[in-house]
Design a protein around this ligand. Structure first.
Ligand SMILES: Nc1nc(=O)c2c([nH]1)NC[C@@H]1CN(c3ccc(C(=O)N[C@@H](CCC(=O)O)C(=O)O)cc3)C=[N+]21
Length: 208
């Protein structure tokens, strides 16, 4: 499992000529890193006496963010497994008409799965947006840049996951599925931009 690798091992596995992990898993890793950095800031706020007034609130955020972090770590493998499913489907036999029909149907099903996994990663990543805003307002101000790096990872996670959705949509013949998926992505991307831009501006102004 990719999630069990060391950091060096994961990076080396990425650069190797093996098909996975690719951009989809790396986007899921970015989502996990975003959740982890936001969780870290919540934990640093809990630890500091200066922020005693928000300890309870921050403890709750830390726990919720930990759940999201662990789920995104699972998505690293879910994504690679889903794209491996597409590649396995292409290798199915195609001698007889029956084999051809099964292969075509399986390829379509596997492409839908390989589109759905990064679609869900991108959509789930939006759950992190509210935490980032609150952490900038009320969190440990020593760690403001950690919220910033979290936000950059968040943006990468959504856009990168959606790149993978989009390239897979190009092979999917179910037009209703394609249209519905594109609509969900467009709405999500708009929200991410609208929320992250002012937050990053604020952080960048603080450290100027
Ligand atoms: N959910 C999702 N996650 C992805 O990571 C993802 C994706 N969807 N959709 C498409 C892109 C592209 N990508 C490739 C990975 C390996 C080869 C690869 O190994 N290709 C070999 C063939 C390998 C074989 O046939 O066994 C070749 O081109 O020679 C190609 C492309 C992953 N992506």
């Amino acid at each position: 499992m990719l999630k069990e690798l060391t950091v060096a091992g994961f990076v080396a596995e990425t650069s190797s000529d093996s098909p996975a992990p690719g951009g989809g898993s790396v986007s899921a890793l970015a989502a996990a890193q975003a959740a982890a950095l936001l969780g870290m800031v919540a934990n640093l706020t809990v630890k500091s006496k200066k922020y005693e007034a928000v300890h309870e609130e921050m403890q709750k955020y830390a726990e919720e963010l930990k759940e999201l972090e662990l789920d995104f770590v699972e998505d690293i493998d879910r994504d690679s497994n889903s794209f491996n499913g597409v590649m396995a489907a292409f290798k199915l036999p195609k001698e007889t008409d029956e084999e051809k029909a099964i292969r075509t149907k399986t390829i379509q099903e596997e492409y839908k799965k390989a589109a759905n996994v990064p679609l869900q990663v991108g959509l789930k990543t939006l759950k992190l947006l509210d935490y980032a805003g609150v952490l900038i307002e009320k969190g440990n101000s020593n760690a403001i840049t950690d919220v910033g790096v979290g936000l950059l990872n968040l943006k990468l996670a959504v856009r990168g996951a959606f790149y993978n959705v989009k390239i897979n949509l190009g092979s999917i013949k179910d037009e209703a599925f394609v249209a519905d998926t594109k609509k969900q992505m467009a709405e999500a991307l708009e929200k991410v931009e609208a929320v992250t831009a002012p937050l990053l501006e604020k952080i960048e102004a603080e450290i100027e």
